[in-house]
Ligand binder design. Sequence first.
Ligand code: TXA
Ligand code: MG
Length: 337
Amino acid sequence: ETKHWTVSQQSFDKKAMEEAASLLSKGEAVAFPTETVYGLGADATNEQAVQKIFEAKGRPSDNPLIVHVADKDQLKDLVEDVPEVAYKLLEAFSPGPITIILKSKGAVAPNVSAGLDSIGIRIPSHPVGLRLLQEVALPIAAPSANISGRPSPTKAEHVVHDLDGRIAGIMDGGPTGIGLESTVVDCTEAVPVILRPGGVTAEAIQEVIGTVMVDPGLAGGEKEKPKAPGMKYTHYAPEAPLYLVDEEMQQHADKLTEAGEKVGIIATEELAQMLQSERIQICGSRKDLSTVAEHLYDALRHFKKSDVSVILCESFEKHGVGAAIMNRLEKAAIGRI
Ligand code: TXA
Ligand code: MG
């Protein structure tokens, strides 16, 4: 009973947009493409509609949702005041892969912000997602459109796999492009803090606002807990246990194979060329890590538990987009060798 639409990025299907917007206005949950990952949207002002997101995903209720809007003008209804740095970030990166946390006015349903007095706002730049937000003209709460714990969806088929039959509609707008979720920046403090690395790099943010801090909880230390509630849960898990491999991929794969394991390898083009293995999933190029980001979640979904018993994945340096890639991989992995 899930409705399916396929929408081209060049010419919007007016009827599909109207149908999806109408379902959202009526309090239904609908998946749609953004430039980062597919989102599962619902009217942020409607508590029952928002509840449908948590149920469809199996999402813990203490994990707040990002509110998506089409235009900066909608901010004044949702947040108390917009500090200078937030304006600068919005000017520089919105529409785009950044989420700004600000003091909430309390205009959205209480289950959106999971009891926090702040709210995360994002204006996506994907032409299909943005058009849908314009059409519906409501703030739309939207987490990634996957079952909680699985890799986020970067293709409509990932959403279909996880949520078909559980939500009112799925709008297919093609592969998402950036491939990792937005950068979450807390602007409620004097110095903004990156709570989740993502599509916009810390380096790029620094160029615009001078100083930005990184949530110490992100380093995964014992005493610091991540400030974005969602960062503490299991995430992005593939079907078989995943290990990050810093070097000597071939030797590790051979050893595991000799021990009777069925080994799947996720590697860049450059490393894959040097490997001998029956099961390699190529994930972008080391020459441009944005291509790794683009294909990462698809690669994590590629190996099925019927085919492999363990997955080995190449690791990356934590510079630029590499920081966001490694943040996701360290959550997806159960260890490092
Ligand atoms: O790219 C994205 O951000 C995608 C697309 C669909 O827009 N959305 C997304 O949503 O990744 P989700 O729910 O999977 O992740 C939202 C993250 C979580 O880590 C959550 O804890 C954090 O943002 N977050 C949301 N509201 C917050 C708030 N008020 N304070 C602190 N963290 C917040
Ligand atoms: Mg998510």
